[in-house]
Design a protein around this ligand. Structure first.
Ligand code: TXA
Ligand code: MG
Length: 330
């Protein structure tokens, strides 16, 4: 059921549903989340069932404030404290050791927990209202079927879950501002490890942490958002350097492939019938529209998407990461 997320009565209804163990999809500044109360293992199990998410893949717990995070964390190591103080509310998830006996299903049984305080008025209102009903945190993965493209509008959520969407409340908060998921920093060992880049630049995270970010090693926790193949549209997606892309298009001639091209400039002389979408020149805009463009191309029945490689530079890390995982899908 779709409800207006800016309406106080809708928030109250959604918070009642969360408190009763039902699922609520809600907007955050990154992507839409599919939420259940984090302290209710049976409610969290519904998320895994609906998404088709394999067991052993932990969820992020969303909290209204740092104080609420303390309910789920054994202790925040100093580096996590600094990150949270500087960057919450915002598009940053920290992974820390989990408090004993809480949110076991949300954490998929791992000894750690992912925590995030979102900066979105609808998410915030929902978390506050749920808090008033005794719910300290809402476990929520991105509101999409496992392995697929995240939802950045309420309609994406409804389309994604089809008839299953009847079993949840979807709070409509419009298109999400950032468009790709939060940066995930594992702080559980005391040093920050970047598990998933987002739109917060590495420089900003490192400045807040007061130390360099490490790359994930063998000892880092498994994060399915960091599986090689993820965030995939139905069409096959391939990334190409601009010159190569233009050559490929020339060679293509008038082959009636269901081909789409997503590139920063429109190649001239492209065969008719090729769907072209211009990739924004700025990384913020590219991230904002990325998943909506992939969904739209799927809707148009395109079989193949050729994407021009994003420019170099850390501000493109998040977009590059999502594109390369989409391209890795079989
Ligand atoms: O922006 C976001 O992060 C969105 C919004 C809804 O908050 N959420 C999101 O959730 O992207 P999800 O489940 O699609 O991706 C969360 C990632 C997964 O790759 C998961 O494995 C990882 O975070 N993760 C969560 N808790 C973890 C933990 N304790 N240890 C390691 N990885 C964890
Ligand atoms: Mg996801």
């Amino acid at each position: 059921m779709l409800l207006d997320g800016l309406d106080a009565a809708s928030i109250a209804r959604a918070a009642d549903a969360i408190a009763a163990g039902a699922l609520v999809a809600f907007p955050t500044e990154t992507v839409y989340g599919l939420g259940a109360r984090a302290d209710d293992d049976a409610a969290v199990a519904k998320i895994f069932a609906l998404k088709g998410r394999p067991p052993g893949h932990p969820l992020i717990v969303h909290v209204e404030s740092r104080a609420r995070a303390d309910r789920f964390a054994a202790a925040l190591p100093p580096v996590a404290e600094r990150l949270v103080d500087a960057l919450w509310p915002g598009p940053l998830t920290v992974i820390v050791m989990r408090a004993a006996g809480v949110a076991a299903a949300a954490a998929a049984g791992q000894p750690t927990i992912g925590l995030r305080c979102p900066a979105h008025p609808v998410a915030h209102a929902l978390l506050v209202a749920a808090g008033e009903r005794g719910v300290a945190g809402i476990a929520a993965p991105s509101a999409n079927r496992f392995g697929r493209v995240s939802a950045t509008t309420a309609m994406h959520v409804v389309e994604e879950f089809g008839a299953d969407a009847d079993e949840m409340i979807v709070l409509d908060g419009g298109a999400t501002r950032i468009g790709i998921e939060s940066a995930i920093v594992d702080c559980s060992s005391g040093v920050p490890v970047l598990l998933r880049p987002g739109m917060l630049t590495r420089e900003r995270i490192e400045a807040a942490a007061g130390m360099p970010l490490r790359e994930p090693g063998d000892a880092s926790p498994r994060a399915p958002g960091t599986l090689a193949a993820h965030y995939a549209p139905r069409a096959k997606l391939r990334i190409m350097e601009g010159g190569m892309l233009r050559t490929a298009l020339r060679v293509l001639g008038s082959d009636p492939l269901k081909l789409a091209v997503y590139s920063r400039s429109i190649p001239s002389g492209t065969a008719t019938g090729v769907v072209h979408r211009r990739m924004p020149a700025r990384p913020e805009q590219a991230a904002h529209e990325l998943f909506a463009v992939l969904r739209e191309l799927d809707r148009q029945g395109v079989h193949l998407i050729w994407v021009e490689e994003p420019p170099p530079g850390p501000e493109w890390d998040g977009v590059r990461d999502r594109l390369s995982r989409a391209a890795a899908a079989p």
